[in-house]
Design a protein around this ligand. Structure first.
Ligand SMILES: Cc1cc2nc3c(=O)[nH]c(=O)nc-3n(C[C@H](O)[C@H](O)[C@H](O)COP(=O)(O)O)c2cc1C
Ligand SMILES: [Fe+2]
Ligand SMILES: [Fe+2]
Length: 411
């Protein structure tokens, strides 16, 4: 393994975590995830963000520090941009090795260091504009970026090299291996990481889209050359690319979305499935792109990613015990939590006795402020008339999505 210097005084340290565990106990990690820390060497030594004891992360961090010529006990300052345990879980053990370390974080971060780790000494609360002079020309500046991802979050900036340490912002799922810089990956690899960046955003940051945009505006005032997130690759050749990517993601919330339909569907015995096939014919006849996600077969983590970017959503499900098909209720609750709002939507579904999904569905989507086309429901299997209606509804949905995407969004 090599070291990954960003400058002769700043090093990227990363741990590749490949695990059956889910991230936040919730989101699957088929491509793994990295936990990144950064080393800044002035006369004094600062470590930016820590790791948790997870999938060999500790061993990776120690090994990478050693390769960069630093022992854990040599670190003078520990900067905690964000207190979520993926970046701090090892704090108590680290302090036991290095009791003299001074921890710098926001005032809210200090409160969390107290409550999560019972640490009350060696803490310095910092705010936007504060600086830490490491000597040898290395100065760290702090910029509060609340709610990217938790309320206490901040970014750290090293102005001489234009290096910005952003923690969860600009992050992605996916392990890196021996390479960490954007210029070390080819186009196909970047395309795979982009898919995982969107899923990471939709799972972790979507709830806080307004704050992400505010943070992006805030850092626009800095002369940023290198972006160093705490998950995923380091952007040294084209940091604007990841800023633009995150600006686009933040814009999916209230702004321009992709002209696509995210189909979320369920069927027990094929009746809703047969109706869905007719809607798809209608969508295809309009040349509209779509993605298909069956519940509960597919994990909602992936559904969220496609739903988040798509202007159109199609919900297809049967009635189940007078209510919605249960896994669909869960997906809709996630859409609410992750602010998949303002979409152009069609719902269809089969029932057997008297229906019932409609009432629960309408209550579930109320906070989402969706632009809903008229739902199509039928009993049992869809007959020719129902199939014709469904085909037409598919066309209408596709046209409505096109129209919504053609309308300029006013801020
Ligand atoms: C466990 C179960 C619960 C159901 N609950 C209801 C219900 O509450 N109201 C109703 O109208 N039909 C109910 N049905 C009937 C289904 O909604 C009906 O068979 C429908 O056609 C199923 O669509 P599918 O083939 O797409 O699964 C239920 C069926 C099953 C198997
Ligand atoms: Fe986080
Ligand atoms: Fe994180």
């Amino acid at each position: 393994m090599k070291t990954n210097p960003i400058t002769d005084r700043i090093y990227a340290l990363h741990a590749d975590v490949q695990t059956e565990d889910r991230f936040e106990g919730l989101w699957p990690l088929p491509t793994g995830i990295t936990l990144n820390s950064y080393l800044v060497k002035g006369d004094k030594i600062a470590l930016i963000d820590l790791v948790r004891d997870w999938g060999g992360a500790l061993e990776s961090l120690e090994a990478e520090l050693t390769r960069a010529g630093v022992k854990l006990a040599d670190v003078d300052y520990l900067v905690l941009n964000h207190l979520e345990p993926d970046h701090t879980g090892w704090l108590a053990e680290f302090r036991a090795i290095n009791p003299g370390v001074e921890i710098l974080t926001t005032a809210k971060g200090v409160a969390l260091v107290n409550s999560f780790y019972n640490v009350t000494e060696g803490l310095r609360a910092v705010k936007t504009g504060d600086q830490l002079d490491l000597g040898a020309g290395m100065v760290l500046e702090f910029i509060e970026t609340p709610h990217v991802h938790w309320p206490e979050t901040m970014c750290t900036f090293e102005p001489a090299s234009g290096t910005l340490f952003t923690c969860d912002a600009f992050g992605s799922y996916g392990t890196l291996g021996d390479r960490v810089f954007d210029d070390e990956f080819d186009e196909a690899e970047h395309a795979r990481f982009e898919t995982e960046s969107l899923r990471y955003y939709a799972n972790i940051l979507a709830t806080f889209g307004n704050f992400v945009q505010r943070a992006i505006d805030e850092i626009a005032a800095l002369d940023v050359k290198v972006i160093c997130p705490s998950h995923g690759m380091v952007w040294r050749r084209d940091s604007q690319k990841v800023i633009d990517r995150y600006t686009k993601y933040a814009g999916y919330r209230d702004g321009q979305r992709e002209p696509e339909i995210c189909v979320v569907w369920a069927t027990m015995y094929g009746n809703t499935g047969r109706g869905l096939a007719a809607v798809i014919e209608g969508i295809e006849s309009e040349g509209m792109a779509y993605t298909m996600h069956r519940v509960p077969n597919e994990d909602p983590s992936f559904i969220l990613a496609d739903a988040y970017k798509s202007e159109g959503i199609l919900i297809a499900m049967p009635t189940y015990e007078y209510k919605m098909f249960p896994p669909m209720a869960y997906v809709l609750s996630l859409f609410d939590r992750k602010r998949v709002q303002g979409r152009t939507v069609l719902r269809i579904g089969s029932w057997g006795w008297i229906g019932g999904a409609k009432k629960e569905y309408e209550a579930a989507i109320e906070p989402l402020e969706w632009n809903s086309l008229e739902s199509v429901e039928w009993s049992g299997t869809p007959d020719q008339d129902v199939l014709a209606t469904l085909r037409e509804s598919g066309k209408e949905l596709a046209r409505a999505v096109k129209a919504a995407c053609a309308t300029p969004v006013t801020a």
